[in-house]
Design a binder for this molecule. Structure first.
Ligand SMILES: CC(C)(COP(=O)(O)OP(=O)(O)OC[C@H]1O[C@@H](n2cnc3c(N)ncnc32)[C@H](O)[C@@H]1OP(=O)(O)O)[C@@H](O)C(=O)NCCC(=O)NCCS
Length: 173
C-alpha cells in the first residue's frame, strides 16, 4: 500500500482504534474500553495509516518483559495489501527490546489469515485451549514468538525501515 505509515499511538487514538474494532469484530471493544487499556501504563498501540485514513491497528501489553498481542486488525477494505504484516513487524521491532521473554497470543483455530500472518513473522504454535472462545465455540491456538525467532529475509522486506513512525511506501499492494 503506497504511503503506509505506522505510528505508536496513545489514549487519544481510542476512537480510531475502536472504529477499526467495530469494522472487524463481532464483539468489538468500545472507545472507553480501548482508552482504559491505553491508560493502564502496560499497553501500547500502533496505528497504520495511509492517505490520512487509519487502515489498521495493533495492541500489545507488556508485563515483566513478556508481551501479549491483544489485537491486530486491518479494515476489511484494506486487507491483503501488507498492512497487517507491516503492523506486526513494527510491534515486533519494539518487542525485540521490550519483551526479552517473547510475545504470546491466542487466536481462533479457524482464523487462517491471522495464523498465517503470525507464523510468517516467526510465531510458533505451542498449545491449544479447548473451547476457549464462545459464539461460536472454538479452540484457541496459543502461539509464541521469541526475539531470536525473527525471520531473516523471509519475505523480502529486510532492510526496509518499518520502525514505528517510519513511512513505508514499498509494501506490496
Ligand atoms: C489477520 C489480519 C490482521 C491480516 O491483515 P492483512 O493486512 O490482510 O494481512 P497482510 O496482507 O499483511 O498479509 C500477511 C500474511 O498473511 C497472509 N494472509 C492474509 N490474509 C490471509 C487469508 N485470508 N488467508 C491466508 N493467508 C492470508 C498473507 O498472504 C501474508 O502472507 P505472506 O507474508 O506469506 O505474504 C486481517 O485479516 C484482519 O484484520 N482480520 C480480522 C481481525 C483478526 O482476526 N485479527 C486477529 C485476531 S486479534
Amino acid at each position: 500500500m503506497i504511503g503506509l505509515a505506522i505510528h505508536e499511538a496513545g489514549p487519544e487514538a481510542s476512537t480510531e482504534v475502536a472504529a477499526l474494532e467495530a469494522s472487524s469484530f463481532d464483539v468489538p471493544w468500545s472507545v472507553d474500553a480501548v482508552r482504559a487499556l491505553l491508560q493502564d501504563g502496560l499497553t501500547r498501540a500502533w496505528i497504520a495509516a495511509a492517505g490520512g485514513r487509519p487502515r489498521g491497528a495493533a495492541i500489545l501489553r507488556v508485563v515483566a518483559g513478556e508481551g501479549e498481542l491483544l489485537r491486530i486488525v486491518v479494515h476489511p477494505d484494506d486487507r491483503r495489501h501488507g498492512v497487517g504484516r507491516a503492523l506486526l513487524r513494527a510491534v515486533l521491532s519494539v518487542a525485540a527490546d521490550a519483551c526479552p521473554l517473547g510475545v504470546h497470543l491466542e487466536v481462533r483455530a479457524s482464523n487462517v489469515a491471522a495464523r498465517h500472518l503470525y507464523a510468517r513473522q516467526g510465531f510458533v504454535d505451542h498449545g491449544r485451549r479447548r473451547d476457549y472462545y464462545q459464539a461460536p465455540r472454538e479452540d484457541a491456538v496459543l502461539m509464541h514468538w521469541r526475539p531470536a525467532a525473527r525471520p531473516s529475509g523471509a519475505d523480502g522486506l529486510d532492510g526496509e525501515n518499518l520502525t514505528p513512525g517510519a513511512e513505508n511506501s514499498a509494501l506490496r499492494g
